[in-house]
Unconditional design. Structure first.
Lengths: 446, 231
């Protein structure tokens, strides 16, 4: 694994505008979100054995997630499952619904579209799971654009100052794997009859970009005759503040309803279950939603059982489960911060990372040395639900950026990677998207 | 692996969402797409209105066509400079009855049903009991007319887009909840948002009872935004 210099393609912004769903942010030099916005653009080059190792780790980690969930939802002792759900601060009203959601996965019913693991891959070859983006994994559109970059580079820029190795490839099966999973969902959920609504936060462009990317794959590769629509969380207003499209609603029977007051039989959402649950508690409609979810009549991507995986407490429970198995090689020691065991205390005295159980990427995260804090991100209100502590691992660096590997897993198969860099050790909102290539022997064109 | 983005889905969903902040794929240097541009449409509440307007259009077309043909005969223009012939109206007076019946059918298929009149009126529409034989009994918004889009008329068989009667006189309410002034029938300009693109919406999923979750304490009320890259 090494950083390689690449050129800033002439007309790179035009290429992004013509070939990417998140054209505005990727092509804006001021935001430094895409490598060609930097004065010295770079990419990450993996060897083929490194690509294989990442794919193997990703698929193993998914197997471990499934084994963890099986154990999590198995009642070996009375009240055990409830205790675990309480440990993750999941509201009691949804316990039955979440258990039933996992039960429905055999035979597979509450389907998942995709998951993204954030991995630390070190130069010495260690691969460690940092986080599971189980419910609201973004970066799909970025994953597709890096492929378009690679194709354009190989086709048009191999005579430039920095050609890619002649055997350069890219570990990127995202499009095909998503298309495969869409096919299954289209058939199992009968999307031709039901259509599918995509719920996005009207204030977050990236939500809509992700939705549009997934819709494009659905239309281009699976079926262009499926009714799709975008539904906004709170509603859409014009510049004058007039509502032009109502937001998501809930009807008397607990069905999600769209802007034209139609029930939504199949919902894809870029909004966490915990947020939906908090909103409904705020709106005094918890019970009607919880009872509806128990019925399983409404299909949601990602399904309710994913709420367990996206909670960072899952990382502590997975460590507890796998710490004595060979599979621990992919995990970092992780504990709940309330844990007073010798191991947990030992971790607190050394370099470690504190993360809120529900906080999204980077928020409320700090790197502590045992005697003080090295780096931290604003908590923005997260952390009240509890924290985890995780062993610290130094991320690899390239041109001043620490980078993490986002590794997609779709239907149990590794589906490619997308790399994010950050000048801070904690990857957060001002991150950099770094494309990658894979090369076996590093042969270069003269 | 798909190598290049194909923009068909982009265009299709643009129509659905009317989203404003995505670059125009065809003209990268053009300014942003308007949030909800006005488009031309024809609006009728009754078959009679439709027939009167389409007959007027047909007469207008006949006059223009005759003038065009006369002009061609009297002074044929140089090759390549011929003016375009007038556009034939796509919606014929003879089709009005069928089109307005389709609009009523559209209303029966898609109008939401509420348990009480009060629940129904919360959305700013006039309400009526659901007719006998309706799948769910309760109250539904009263039919307020239908738009026929000019673009539809030019390119494919026109599909009616029904609206509801507003609680306030002189107002109509789109299924999206947008209140529009009811100025006159015939040619009008309406927000593009009122036009839903094909594929057609599935039927039989009308909401039941009072709809919650849309207030300041509803969906999105507790979310703590973390900015781009937050998920």
């Amino acid at each position: 694994m090494q950083a390689i210099k690449v050129i800033q393609r002439p007309r790179w912004q035009a290429h992004i505008r013509e070939h990417a769903y998140q054209a505005d942010v990727l092509s804006d030099p001021a935001q430094k979100y895409w490598i060609e916005a930097l004065p010295e653009p770079f990419a990450i080059q993996f060897r083929t054995d490194e690509e294989t190792a990442i794919a193997t780790a990703t698929e193993k980690l998914w197997e471990m997630c499934v084994a963890f969930l099986d154990r999590f939802f198995t009642e070996a002792e009375a009240g055990e499952v409830d205790r675990r759900l309480a440990q993750l601060q999941i509201p009691v009203a949804y316990w039955e619904a979440i258990k039933l959601s996992w039960d429905r996965t055999v035979p597979v019913e509450d389907l998942s579209l995709c998951t993204r693991f954030d991995l630390a891959v070190t130069e010495s070859g260690q691969i460690k799971l940092l986080e599971i983006n189980g419910e609201t994994p973004l970066l799909g559109a970025e994953t597709i654009y890096q492929w378009n970059w690679y194709v354009d580079y190989k086709r048009n820029h191999q005579n430039s100052k920095y050609p890619l190795p002649s055997d350069a490839n890219q570990f990127n099966d995202f499009w095909d794997r998503i298309a495969g999973q869409w096919r299954r969902i289209v058939a199992d959920y009968n999307l031709k009859e039901t259509g599918i609504s995509f719920l996005v936060d009207e204030n977050l462009e990236e939500d809509r970009e992700m939705a549009m990317q997934l819709i494009q794959i659905l239309y281009d590769d699976v079926d262009p005759d499926i009714h799709v629509q975008i539904v906004y969380l709170r509603g859409l207003r014009d510049d004058a503040g007039n509502e032009v499209q109502r937001g998501l609603g809930l009807d008397a029977d607990g069905y999600f309803v769209d802007h034209v007051n139609q029930r939504i039989p199949v919902l894809w959402k870029m909004y966490d279950w915990s947020d939906i649950q908090n909103d409904m508690a705020n709106d005094a409609t918890t019970d009607v939603l919880a009872r509806q979810l128990e019925s399983g009549a409404v299909k949601v991507l990602e399904p309710l059982w994913k709420q367990v995986l996206s909670n960072k407490g899952a990382l502590a429970l997975m460590w507890e489960q796998f710490k004595d198995s060979p599979d621990r090689e992919y995990l970092l020691a992780t504990y709940f911060d309330r844990d007073i065991s010798v191991e947990a205390t030992g971790l607190i005295l050394g370099m470690h990372v504190r993360k809120p159980m529900l906080g999204l990427e980077g928020v409320g995260t700090s790197i502590d040395t045992g005697v003080g804090t090295l780096e931290e991100r604003d908590s923005l209100g997260y952390g009240k639900e509890g924290l985890i502590i995780q062993a610290y691992i130094e991320l690899p660096q390239a041109f001043g950026y620490h980078y993490t590997i986002g590794s997609w897993v779709i239907d149990g198969e590794a589906a490619g990677v997308i790399i994010r860099g950050d000048t801070s050790r904690i990857t957060g909102r001002h991150c950099l998207i770094i494309p990658h290539i894979v090369s076996g022997d590093g042969l270069f064109i003269d | 692996m798909q190598q290049y983005l194909v923009i068909s889905a982009f265009i299709a969903t643009q129509l659905i969402t009317g989203c404003s902040d995505m670059a125009d794929e065809d003209e990268p240097d053009s300014p942003e797409v308007q949030a909800n541009p006005m488009v031309a449409a024809r609006f009728y509440e009754t078959t009679e209105q439709c027939e009167a307007d389409t007959k007027k259009q047909e007469a207008d077309y006949a006059t223009k066509l005759k003038a065009y043909q006369d002009n061609q005969l009297k002074s044929p223009p140089p090759a390549g400079q011929a003016p375009n012939p007038p556009q034939k109206p796509a919606l014929r007076a003879a089709d009005c009855a069928a089109q307005m019946a389709a609009a009523r059918q559209e209303h029966d298929r898609h109008a939401p049903v509420y348990q009480t009149r009060q629940d129904c009126q919360v959305d700013g529409v006039q309400c009526e009991p659901t007719p006998a034989g309706y799948a769910t009994s309760g109250y539904r918004p009263r039919y307020g007319g239908s738009y026929f889009y000019i673009g539809d008329l030019l390119h494919r068989s026109p599909a009616p887009r029904t609206v509801y009667q507003g609680l306030n006189a002189g107002e109509i309410v789109t299924p999206q909840g947008q209140v529009l002034p009811k100025t006159h029938t015939g040619l009008v300009a309406v927000p593009q948002e009122t036009n839903l693109a094909a594929p057609s919406r599935p039927t039989g999923y009308a909401a039941k009872g009072t709809i919650t979750g849309r207030s300041s304490s509803g969906f999105g009320s507790t979310y703590k935004s973390t900015g781009r890259g937050g998920k």
